[in-house]
Design a protein around this ligand. Structure first.
Ligand SMILES: [Zn+2]
Length: 151
C-alpha cells in the first residue's frame, strides 16, 4: 500500500488513522530516508539483512527507515549491546516522514567511530514531532552499531 504514503516533505492535512505505512516499502519504491535512491538500492538490503551498512551514515539512514517501517528487531540488532534496551515498542501512530542528515564526522568503512547529526520529522495524532540528535556509532567486527546520543 505504498501508494497511500504521505508525500515527502512538510505538509499540512490530516493523518489517516490506519497505520498502513507501518511496513517496509517495496524495493522499487523511493526509500523512506529520502536519499533519492529506491529502497532496494538504499536501506532495503540492510533491513532485509542481505548486507550490513558500510558507513555510520548508511546505518543511521537504515535505522530511520526501520523506525518508519516499524522494524523494531532491526533497531535492536543495530544497537550496541552496551546501550541496547531490552525491548523496543514502536508506536504505529507515529508517522516518520522526513530525515535531514546535517553533519557527519568519521564513520567511514575503515573508521572505528562515527558521529551523525540529523533532524527527523514525524506526525502523531495531528501533532508534529521533531527529533534533533547527534548520534554516536561504533564499528566492531566490521559492523556499525548505534551507541548513543550526545549533546
Ligand atoms: Zn534509505
Amino acid at each position: 500500500m505504498t501508494d497511500s504514503l504521505e508525500p515527502f516533505g512538510p505538509h499540512t492535512g490530516t493523518v489517516p488513522t490506519a497505520p498502513d505505512h507501518f511496513a517496509p516499502p517495496g524495493f522499487g519504491d523511493r526509500c523512506r530516508c529520502l536519499s533519492g535512491e529506491v529502497f532496494g538500492a538504499c536501506c532495503g538490503p540492510f533491513l532485509a539483512r542481505e548486507t550490513t551498512a558500510p558507513t555510520a551514515v548508511q546505518l543511521m539512514r537504515s535505522r530511520y527507515s526501520a523506525y518508519a517501517a516499524g522494524e523494531a528487531a532491526y533497531l535492536l540488532e543495530t544497537w550496541h549491546p552496551s546501550t541496547r534496551p531490552a525491548a523496543l515498542e514502536l508506536d504505529p501512530s507515529t508517522r516518520w516522514y522526513r530525515l535531514d542528515v546535517l553533519r557527519r564526522e568519521a564513520g567511514g568503512p575503515l573508521d572505528g567511530v562515527g558521529l551523525v547529526e540529523f533532524r527527523a520529522y514525524a506526525r502523531r495524532n495531528g501533532d508534529r514531532l521533531e527529533q534533533h540528535e547527534v548520534s554516536r556509532f561504533v564499528r566492531e567486527l566490521g559492523q556499525w552499531r548505534y551507541l548513543d546520543a550526545v549533546d
